[in-house]
Design a protein. Structure first.
Ligand code: R5P
Length: 302
């Protein structure tokens, strides 16, 4: 088995290779003066089982094209199998036609990955895991609850409760609460049909007074979703608010919004090619979870 990674994920690729006891090679790439991408697999992949590790943020379209070039090349050079590990699957939120005629972008991305020759796809915390059904081969969603729970245990929370911002994120909240051995609940969201304003509500049997709330989500983009939930939880009496969000994009004024909402700490994974240096954010390494899942794949227990 050979592990390959693009330069963006050199560190994660190296740790995955070490964990699997495999060779590790970097994929070479550059941009031509006219903006076109060049990719080169500088190692012999004939008859090898390949694990390719990559993220697709930032510059989603460029990262995806580079990925397609790499997989097609690996296939043309006679690799026996190609497993792709995407630490971040771009376009996952465009998973249906919200308006007639819209592109279901994640479906196209997953179909193309299948078309260029990916056997199995592993993706970290996909927005809706069901969208992986668009991939023509086998696909697995990696939920990072173990790595998050270890980090939260290090923070010695006294009375934690896990919070899901909506029904769609409840699988994440349940997985994390089960790791932490604590309660979890889903926030109820009501939208006023006339003003469009959103009102949050706790389930009747839930009291967050004096508790340390851990809000779980897949993505922080503009920070609006998590900030609204955090200020609501603060108003309900939560003593502290932590956030465990897999993919921290932190675009625009996200950090300011999170701070103003009373968020104490944001835990996020190193799934992207960007890192934001800010005292509010703590990065959690996703590699141990990738190694665990891939080892199961190698030993045939997946
Ligand atoms: C929405 O369903 C997603 O799970 C995230 O909550 C959302 O994409 C986060 O975006 P933002 O940070 O811009 O609110």
């Amino acid at each position: 088995m050979i592990v390959l990674a693009f330069p963006e994920l050199e560190s994660i690729g190296g740790k995955v290779a070490e964990g699997l006891g495999s060779q590790f090679h970097l994929i070479q790439k550059k941009i031509f003066p006219d903006g076109e991408s060049y990719v080169r697999i500088g190692t012999d992949v004939k008859d090898e089982d390949i694990v390719l590790v990559q993220t697709t943020y930032p510059e989603q379209d460029k990262r995806l094209l580079e990925l397609f070039y790499a997989i097609d090349t690996i296939r043309s050079h006679g690799a026996r199998s190609v497993e792709v590990v995407l630490t971040y699957l771009a376009y996952a939120r465009q998973d249906r036609e919200f308006l007639p005629g819209e592109a279901v972008s994640v479906r196209t991305v997953l179909r193309l990955l299948g078309a260029v020759g990916v056997n199995t796809l592993y993706a970290v915390d996909v927005h809706k895991p069901e969208s992986l059904e668009y991939f023509p081969g086998q696909a697995k969603n990696i939920i990072p609850s173990r790595v998050f729970s270890r980090k939260l245990e290090d923070l010695n929370l006294r009375n934690p409760i896990v919070v899901s911002p909506d029904l769609g994120a409840s699988h994440r909240a349940k997985a994390l609460a089960s790791e932490l051995g604590c309660e979890c609940f889903i926030i109820r969201k009501h939208r006023d049909r006339i003003t469009g304003q959103i009102r949050h509500e706790l389930p009747e049997d839930i009291d967050v007074k004096g508790k340390e709330a851990v809000v779980v989500d897949d993505i922080i983009s503009t920070g609006g979703t998590v900030a609204n939930i955090a200020s609501f939880l603060r108003k309900c009496g939560a003593s502290r608010v932590f956030v465990a969000a897999s993919h921290g994009l932190f675009v625009d004024e996200a950090l300011r919004k999170l701070r103003n909402a009373g968020v104490d700490r944001v835990l996020t994974l190193n799934t992207l090619a960007t890192k934001v240096n800010d005292s509010l954010i703590e990065y959690v390494d996703v590699s141990p979870e990738l190694v665990r899942v891939l080892r199961n794949m190698v030993s045939g227990t997946l």
